[in-house]
Design a binder for this molecule. Structure first.
Ligand code: LRH
Ligand code: MN
Length: 426
């Protein structure tokens, strides 16, 4: 299924003037604070977020999964679905593949479909948290941290295989997330587990092409519920430094214990030039993988506030990789992803509106009240017209969710694919 440009243009036709009027007001308001609204619109138009290939079908939990109908049955169809989101938002121009869930049978055909949909291949993801049916070694008791040499080597070889597949597709980075850990005290030797992990990651790092990056993703628990070897940002940061200058920490928003100050972690990693990228989602309790900005939108704003500051001041930190990592247990996966993109754009736009000069002065004067007022002035600004202007500028639609429903896209996908298809992934 593809959308044609006329459908999109028609959808925007009578909406441009309203958007311009709204932005004229913001232009006047924020020019007083030396903030250029048009520069922000350009930054929003250029902003691209990678869509996870494992989140285009209905997600589930151990308690059940409710199919959504019209789900993609192949990598080709997953790229088509990302193409639909990108046509509507012009913000989803990248995919993050998970291997072996998305091994491309015909690499050239896959590259053609991606190109045809304006999609590039962002970070590749390895999988040493599940045993494949044809596996000759098991990851039940760990992979890169395993006390079993054969399991470790098996996991290292898998990561090297993922790099090879990524090279063929034009990807330039590998994300390693490890479920490795323990469910009970005494089950593993923490030090040996960490040393094994460090040695294994160094081996994988040495197999990466010179222009690739390694992203080390941390997580405090699940599926292990007593210890996770790469449990927090500090452990990931330490391992990234041990690997080399092209190894970085990846921050998955759901991988923090309750009330963790994630924006401070972001500031610290950027200062040290080790923030590689993000897995955006939201959560109330654990790694809930909910729609971005659906539970703690102010936290997301505070994180982008540190990112905007860091992208201005930490030139030693590379441009971060932006990815969504969510699971759709009850919502239409494509609508959920469109909502997540909207929330990310809103937080970024609000952070770009912060009057940084005034904030610096207020911080120097320890004017705590004014510091908060300056931040919340930006957070309390309705920036949706800025995002609409960015979409008009990049030939997307001003309201992707409304367009998705107006064009009855899910209905068409169900007609094409039926209701029984189950997409690979979580
Ligand atoms: C682990 C994780 C990781 C992916 C997986 C699908 O919780 O966030 O990024 O490999 O989800
Ligand atoms: Mn993740």
């Amino acid at each position: 299924m593809k959308l044609n440009i006329d459908q999109l243009t028609d959808f925007n036709s009578n909406k441009k003037d309203l958007v311009n009027n709204e932005n004229d007001f913001l232009r006047t308001e924020f020019s007083k604070k030396n903030v250029s609204v048009d520069a922000i619109i350009q930054k929003l138009a250029d902003f691209q977020v990678a869509i996870p290939s494992w989140a285009l079908g209905a997600g589930g939990t151990r308690f059940g999964r409710f199919s959504y109908g019209g789900e993609p049955a192949s990598l080709e169809q997953k790229l088509e679905d990302i193409g639909l989101i990108h046509a509507l938002t012009k913000t989803a121009g990248a995919v993050s593949l998970h291997i072996p869930w998305d091994i491309p049978e015909d690499v050239n055909a896959i590259k053609d479909i991606a190109l045809d949909n304006g999609i590039i291949f962002d970070a590749m993801n390895s999988n040493t948290f599940q045993d494949q049916t044809d596996a000759t070694e098991s990851y039940k008791f760990g992979s890169l941290n395993s006390m079993n040499e054969a399991s470790r080597q098996y996991a290292i070889e898998h990561n090297k295989e993922v790099i090879k597949i990524g090279e063929q597709l034009g990807s330039k980075s590998l994300t390693v997330w490890l479920a490795d850990g323990a469910n009970f005290p005494g089950q593993i030797n923490f030090q040996k587990a960490l040393l094994n992990t460090e040695d294994s990651l160094k081996d994988i790092y040495s197999a990466m092409p010179d222009d690739w990056k390694l992203f080390i993703e941390y997580k405090p628990y699940e599926p292990n519920f007593y210890s996770t070897t790469i449990q927090d940002w500090g452990t990931s940061f330490m391992l990234a430094n041990a690997c080399g200058e092209r190894a970085y920490t990846l921050v998955d928003l759901g991988h923090h214990l309750p009330n963790t100050n994630i924006e401070q972690i972001v500031a610290t990693l950027m200062l040290k030039g080790k923030l590689g990228g993000f897995h955006f989602n939201d959560s109330k309790y654990g790694d809930d993988d909910l729609t971005v900005g659906s539970i703690k939108p102010y936290n997301l704003f505070l994180i982008f506030n540190e990112l905007v500051y860091g992208m201005e001041h930490n030139k030693n930190n590379p441009y971060p990789a932006w990815m969504i990592d969510a699971s759709h247990n009850i919502k239409d996966p494509l609508e959920d992803l469109i909502q997540s993109l909207e929330a990310i754009m809103i937080a970024y736009a609000q952070a770009l509106l912060v009057d940084r000069n005034a904030l610096e002065v207020a911080q120097l004067e320890n004017d705590t009240v004014m510091c908060q007022e300056i931040l919340q002035d930006a957070y309390r600004t309705d920036v949706r017209s800025l995002i609409k202007a960015a979409r008009i500028q990049s030939n997307a639609v001003v309201d992707p969710l409304l367009a998705y429903r107006t064009f009855k896209i899910r209905k068409q996908l169900i007609t094409e694919r039926g209701t029984k298809v189950m997409a690979t992934g979580l």
